[in-house]
Design a protein around this ligand. Structure first.
Ligand SMILES: Nc1ncnc2c1ncn2[C@@H]1O[C@H](COP(=O)(O)OP(=O)(O)OP(=O)(O)O)[C@@H](O)[C@H]1O
Length: 275
């Protein structure tokens, strides 16, 4: 840790944190992404667009392909084919430039647990090339933002799982990304931290950040997301607003009724209705 705590404390800000304004908000366009591991096709040509300043939910069970999709979208994993455009810029062609616009909250907590939260934020800020002054200001803003300021001097290993997740989120925001991807950020989180995470996401959205949120909890996607893609076995099997998806569900119920009768007919006659 290069800065002494009293020096840092002088830079405390109480106002809203400085996140991308409308002018920096980006649209994200995923175009026909495919990823194969050996013979296994983990992501099967998926496409979707996330509007500027929107929270987009990627919902699916374990193994659906959500993390693989995020890893390709942030440039960590090379797609077998397809690409992601962030503010019209290709992540595969301009990885260094585009990565600066992206923040990722990984599924696994990635922190130095012997260090305190300020030291963790400072370390990751340095990786992004922020100046000492920027690191101080951003770190303190973000500690207020995730409501960990009062615990800033404690080693992270003393934190609950939920507090560690909140710090993980703050770290992903250190360089003011216009696009934030969150991979199941509430796994193993207590209800209080979960609520903190939700309200932080909503505040980021209100300040113009475009957000991709993956989860396998239907109620999280319902609460947070403007658009939801339901993913299974590497494919997007439904995509729309919550209202559109609920309408689709009701329509499918209508479709199933005749199917139910068809089943009954078979049971009664041993034949299908089409015979
Ligand atoms: N590096 C890899 N090598 C081989 N197979 C992989 C690799 N990474 C992921 N897979 C496989 O790809 C599929 C999709 O995995 P992925 O982790 O993207 O799913 P997920 O929807 O994020 O699931 P979870 O909710 O469990 O994280 C799975 O069948 C997984 O086993």
């Amino acid at each position: 840790m290069q800065e002494s705590l009293p020096e840092i404390a002088q830079t405390i800000k109480t106002g809203p944190i400085h996140l991308p304004d409308d002018g920096r908000a980006v649209e994200v366009d995923v175009q026909r992404l495919v990823k194969t591991f050996g013979k296994h096709e983990a992501v099967k040509e998926i496409s979707f667009t996330i509007g500027k300043g929107e929270i987009f939910g990627l919902l699916g069970p374990n193994g659906a392909g959500k993390s693989t999709t995020i890893n390709m979208m942030c440039g960590y994993l090379e797609p077998t084919s397809g690409d992601t455009f962030i503010g019209n810029q290709s992540i595969t062609r301009l990885p260094h430039k585009v990565k600066r616009m992206i923040g990722v909250v990984p599924q696994e907590i990635a922190l130095y647990t012997d260090l305190n939260s300020l030291e963790n934020l400072n370390f990751f800020g340095e990786i992004y090339g922020l100046s000492s002054q920027e690191r101080k200001e951003r770190s303190l803003d973000l500690l207020h933002f995730v409501e960990l300021y009062d615990r800033r001097k404690e080693p992270v290993k003393n934190f609950s799982g939920g507090m560690q997740r909140r710090l993980n989120m703050a770290i992903a925001l250190i360089h003011q990304p216009a696009f934030l991807m969150m991979d199941e950020p509430t796994v193993g989180v207590d209800p209080q931290s979960r609520e903190h995470i939700f309200s932080s996401i909503e505040r980021l959205r209100d300040q113009g950040t475009t957000i991709l949120y993956t989860t396998h909890y239907m109620e999280e996607a319902e609460r947070l997301c403007n658009h939801i893609a339901i993913m299974d076995e590497g494919k997007i099997i439904a995509l729309g607003t919550l209202e559109q998806l609920l309408t689709l569900r009701d329509q499918n119920r209508e479709v199933q009724r005749p199917h139910g009768l068809q089943e009954l007919f078979i049971q009664l006659t041993g034949k299908t209705l089409r015979d």
